[in-house]
Design a protein around this ligand. Sequence first.
Ligand code: PNW
Length: 469
Amino acid sequence: MFPRDFAWGAGTAAYQIEGGWQADGKGPSIWDAFCHENGRVFGEQNGDVACNSYELWEKDLECIQRLGVTHYRLSLSWARLLPDGTTRHVNQTGVQYYNKVIDDLLACDVSPMVTLYHFDLPQTLQDQGGWKSPGIATLFDSYAKFCFQTFGDRVKLWITINEPHVCAKLGHEDGIHAPGLKEKGTAAYLVGHNMLRAHAMAWHSYNSVYRPQQKGAVSLALNSDWFEPSDQHCNEDIAAAERDLAFTLGWFAWPVFVTGDYPEVMRTAIDARSAKLRYNGASRLPSFSSDDPAILGTADFFALNYYTSRKVKPGGGCGETLCIKSDRDAEEVLDSSWPICGVSWLAVVPYGLRKLLKYIKDTFNNPEVYITENGFSQVGQLQMEDVQRCEFYKDTIMEVAKAIHQDGVNVRGYFAWSLMDNFEWADGFSVRFGLFHVDFSDAKLRRTIYRSGREYSKIIAKYKSGQPK
Ligand code: PNW
């Protein structure tokens, strides 16, 4: 059983589905630039067209209705709305596009959950330093206020930033996401810091200016695996798993939900490593100052993106250089009993979600939780009868039910990732997360429901009213 008003959803992100990368005055984003450089993305692919949702939105809406979801999570392209990133110039065609999407959803009785930032910074802002520059927080706040002002009469669930951890680490430390920087051990901490400052400014703007009228809720979406000790009786492994959680989820959740500052274990580990390598200068992990917006309390719910789990023991660093992995000192391994689906990083571990939800309840003061992403990928030989993915969704949703009823976690919604196959970042179109198949070789980009889409729609129909039918 699920609560009567439980949100059943599916998600997408602008760059992954929209295409129309230069249509009607849209400005370039860092993902446009990144994909257009050789050697960045699988098969030199890009999101220039993707699912062409910019022109085929009605087809997406048909998929959404076929699933019978109560909610749809989408993201706005900052550079489609504000081509140079600032409110000096508004692209009205972009505003019209999202107005239509939102209005059509509401007309079909589907509530939008809107993400302001899902990896696609306007390139002009990157040219001014991007997320490494402290001034980005004010620019993001202006963009956020513009969106609240323009769409907030109809949008009641907002995500400011999707996965700051991924943006910071994959984009600025590992260099496998845009903007492709590999400034190890420093840039990611700075980027994460500015993302928290930006998020907090936007939350405060909403709280004081828009909430009284609009009465919505704002959070940021945090990704985390479930980490457990390799050997549950080994104290070093237990400590390593705790460090890994602190460096992944705690990095952003501690400031917002617990103390207004980073987890102590994170700062201690980073500073100890700096000392060991005789790194000069201030802590590589920035500090919040009295000029910064208060970070604590700037989330109205907990938004979690969960995909997989890891076994952890100390180790896994990068030798005598600076890097996050060495700071973290937590080597992540897969349990051989966990099946791998599609991409190599995605071990199927439904029970890990239940454990993580319980951890969130206990650590972050029993917040309302939305699972804003969870999904299963296909790689290689296409299977329309994707029975493994069906099992995955059934098993995972069962774990969510256990978290609610047996552990008392206040889970308010579940969003499958993703509505349809799309541009899977560095993996291009080779990795398919959709509940609908998209034929990228077809000029019309035909969407066809997978078996898992049919199964998910049955689950929703069964539980939507609260009582299983
Ligand atoms: C999330 N990794 O990103 C994103 O929010 C989605 O846009 C994406 O499609 C989905 O997960 C599936 O990958 C991630 O390499 C991207 O560990 C990469 C990783 C994790 C999450």
